[in-house]
Design a protein around this ligand. Structure first.
Ligand code: RNT
Ligand code: ZN
Length: 432
């Protein structure tokens, strides 16, 4: 077997290479030292649900169901409870540079042997998470869970025409906002509470409007209680289509865009929730022209919203460049949303989170002012040439420097840590 630790040795001269990179970027007017300080202030919200294939801890459900989303694969080592999931997240975070947040879903409540239905959840059911986050000094974000529940089986939740179902889900949403606000208060960092509902239809609806009007009313009720924005930030996530909701999704982009603008709620754009060839990068500045803040779910759709692990690809770089060019790293919240059960789940987290951080670093290293100056002078040829040239500046040296300065493995060396953890921890877990 390959010893990936050796891969790090090649880069033992990281400082030497970094000095060269520093000079190369300085020629373009970019101060790499300043960039390394800036990236340290940027937090990515790492989703807990990669660790257990969006199963959660409710003892009466066996896994992800009925939400227009799907996790595939059965790689061994899935976390089965709060301790295991937190242990796995800690392992992943130890291999990722910087300080980040953890994103929870309501199904990760720890209610002991008791089944607590979603409309009865309280902050105390997240005590394990809150105390852990306090101890680690990390922030938490939150999501009500409107899927994997018998009351979601009809395909409708907040937009249901059945009053009992609708009010159940409103109660759940309200409870979750309370929980999120409590989390934000206790941890001293605003908790983003993101609402995504699966509501939609497999085949052509005869009446699209009614469900949307119901959803609008439900959201009004759900958001009725006001919380301090220092504790809670509400967001709503749109989608074009899902599995089983191919023809109609109630909470579409236009619907939530209208709602967000008229009610001052934050929008969430998920990279996998649009037409397969449609990116979200260009949408960022349009939204920032009207709203203070924006939540992004960085995901990777492959043919559909398949929630593949995020990679450093053109789409992700375009997103981070747009945030940089809009000077909006303090207005845009980066959250991850992928779930691959077919490979080691720690690897999945580390690959995806490191990829987003690489894209953020790449964008921060861009000599944006130089590009804008050329643009303002009408030198579009120079603008294009510079955009092309900066792709081959020694970015990797700055990334390696960042990893080494944060005490996390350089290059592929982290694979060795994951292999050890798999042997010592993950493979010893009994499959349920
Ligand atoms: C589903 C949405 C949503 C979920 C998570 C689990 O298509 O992207 O954000 O993936 O809440
Ligand atoms: Zn999402």
């Amino acid at each position: 077997m390959k010893d990936y630790k050796n891969y790090a040795k090649i880069r033992e001269n990281v400082n030497e290479v970094y000095e060269y990179a520093k000079d190369a970027y300085a020629l373009y007017g970019v101060d790499t030292e300043d960039v390394l300080k800036k990236i340290d202030d940027i937090q990515v919200s790492v989703h807990c649900w990669q660790g257990d294939d969006v199963t959660g801890f409710e003892n009466n459900v066996s896994g992800l169901s009925g939400g227009g989303i799907m996790a595939t694969g059965n790689y061994p080592g899935r976390a089965r409870n709060g301790e295991e999931l937190r242990q796995d997240i800690e392992k992943a975070l130890s291999l990722i540079p910087g300080k980040h947040r953890v994103n929870l879903h309501a199904i990760y409540a720890e209610t002991g042997d008791k089944y607590v239905d979603r409309d009865q959840l309280e902050a105390e059911h997240f005590r394990g998470w809150i105390d852990w986050a306090k101890e680690k000094g990390i922030g938490l974000d939150f999501n009500p869970t409107f899927f994997s529940h018998k009351k979601a089986d009809s395909g409708f939740t907040l937009s249901s025409k059945d009053e009992e179902i609708r009010s159940f889900w409103i109660s759940h949403g309200k409870k979750c906002r309370k929980i999120a606000a409590q989390i934000g208060k206790e941890l001293g960092t605003t908790c983003v509470n993101n609402i995504w509902i699966p509501d939609g239809m497999k085949d052509l609806p005869a009446d699209r409007l009614s469900h949307r009007l119901i959803l609008k009313n439900s959201l009004d009720e759900l958001f009725d209680e006001k919380f301090d924005k220092d504790y809670l930030l509400d967001s709503i996530e749109c989608k074009l289509f899902g599995i089983g909701s191919e023809s109609y999704v109630v909470g579409s982009h236009e619907f939530y865009m209208g709602y967000a603008l008229s009610k001052d709620v934050m929008l969430c754009l998920d990279a996998g929730h649009f037409h397969p060839t449609e990116g979200i990068a260009d949408k960022i500045s349009s939204i920032l022209a009207f709203q203070d803040e924006l939540l992004l779910h960085i995901s990777r759709g492959v043919r559909w919203d398949s929630d593949h692990i995020v990679l450093l690809n053109d789409e992700v770089v375009a997103i981070t460049q747009e945030v940089k060019r809009s000077k909006a790293f303090n207005r845009v919240h980066f959250a991850l949303d992928f779930f691959d059960a077919s490979i080691n789940r720690i690897s999945a987290w580390v690959i995806g989170t490191r990829a987003v951080l690489k894209a953020i670093l790449f964008a921060l290293l861009e000599p944006t002012q130089l590009l804008v100056d050329e643009e303002n002078k009408g030198n579009y040829g120079n603008r294009l040439a510079l955009m092309e040239e900066i792709k081959t500046l020694p970015f990797a040296a700055v990334w390696d420097k960042y990893c080494s300065s944060k005490g996390v493995p350089i290059g592929a060396a982290w694979l060795e840590d994951v292999r050890e953890y798999e042997e010592e921890v993950l493979l010893k877990r009994n499959k349920k």
